[in-house]
Design a protein around this ligand. Structure first.
Ligand code: ATP
Ligand code: MG
Length: 291
């Protein structure tokens, strides 16, 4: 795994699967810092494992996408103005350090992935009953808020019911997280569709401003790591689920890994062709959305 860089004036505070977090050298740690520098690496994760090698340029693409979306969405977000070290410019965001809610706010407009698996087994998604006869990739009658509990590093995030989310963060916060997630998803889907892209599902993270308590959109937002994006034209004309779900995200990586690894031990190295195809799809998505 790539090691976080040495940035004068900043202390490395945490590394997630994809990003490295730094706090000002004057802060005692992540918990008491006012700002956080979030540096996106080229690391790629699937099934909660970091894979080798990374996807060249991915950190930069993800950062551009996040920044663009933050600008489109009219909700409070964690970006703050300030100087970003030149060594990590282009793939870093300067953010306000928030008290993060331990919930991944997943919204699904279409049925696939772990939602599809649960539907096949139980006829539900995160406990929400759905009509019979749906196929992999079908549009849901309406977008669903299907939260997950954010597991500590090394453990798998766990799909939970809304009532479980209420137990974890309280009813008021759980409802605010749900309402904000659904509203942002609706707005983002509209914007993406106008550009020929389907936003199938995504995950938001929110935190509370440590001073005002305001619910604030954090983390990366609507990137090809946190979302499934499909080509709208392929979706409309495709005959099979594979043709319909021509994706602009890391589904290529997930599919390759699912076919070539039994999810025991260390994942195999990604072939150059998979790396290149994934990088290419990320670039196409950026062009579609930002141009
Ligand atoms: P993955 O997203 O693949 O599950 P991860 O969650 O382990 O990986 P990263 O996404 O690599 O970690 O790192 C980002 C970390 O920073 C996450 O733990 C996220 O909750 C946290 N975070 C995001 N925004 C803020 C913020 N404004 N203040 C404090 N922490 C934040
Ligand atoms: Mg994350």
């Amino acid at each position: 795994m790539s090691t976080p860089e040495n940035l004068p004036g900043w202390t490395h505070a945490y590394s997630g699967k994809v990003r490295d977090l730094f706090v000002p050298a004057t802060a005692a740690g992540l918990g008491d810092a006012e700002t956080v520098l979030m540096v996106a690496s080229d690391r790629v994760s699937a099934f909660d494992h970091v894979l080798e090698p990374g996807i060249p340029g991915k950190g930069e693409l993800l950062t551009s996408l996040s920044l663009w979306w933050f600008g489109q969405l009219e909700v409070p977000n964690h970006l703050v103005a300030g100087e970003i070290p030149a060594a990590v410019a282009g793939r870093s965001m300067l953010t306000r350090r928030l008290d993060m809610h331990p919930i991944e706010c997943v919204v699904r407009g279409y049925l696939t992935g772990s939602g599809w698996k649960e539907y096949v087994a139980e006829g539900t998604v995160c406990g929400i009953p759905l009509p019979a006869g749906l196929q992999d990739g079908d549009r849901l009658p309406e977008p669903l808020f299907t939260p997950a509990w954010k597991a500590p590093l090394g453990e798998h995030d766990e799909n939970i019911s809304f009532e479980r989310a209420v137990e974890l963060v309280g009813r008021e916060t759980a409802e605010a997280l749900r309402d904000a997630s659904l509203a942002i998803f609706a707005r983002a889907s509209e914007l993406a569709e106008a550009r020929g892209v389907i936003l199938a599902d995504t995950k938001f993270e929110f935190g509370a401003d440590p001073v005002t308590g305001e619910l604030t959109l954090a983390d990366e937002v609507l990137t090809s790591d946190s979302s499934r994006y499909w080509d709208a034209a392929a979706y409309a004309s495709g005959a099979t689920p594979q043709e319909r779900m021509a994706s602009f995200d890391k589904q290529i990586v997930r599919d390759w890994l699912a076919a070539n690894w039994d999810q025991q031990g260390t994942p195999p190295e990604l072939p150059a062709e998979i790396v290149e195809r994934t990088a290419d799809r990320y670039r196409v998505l950026i062009r579609r959305l930002l141009d």
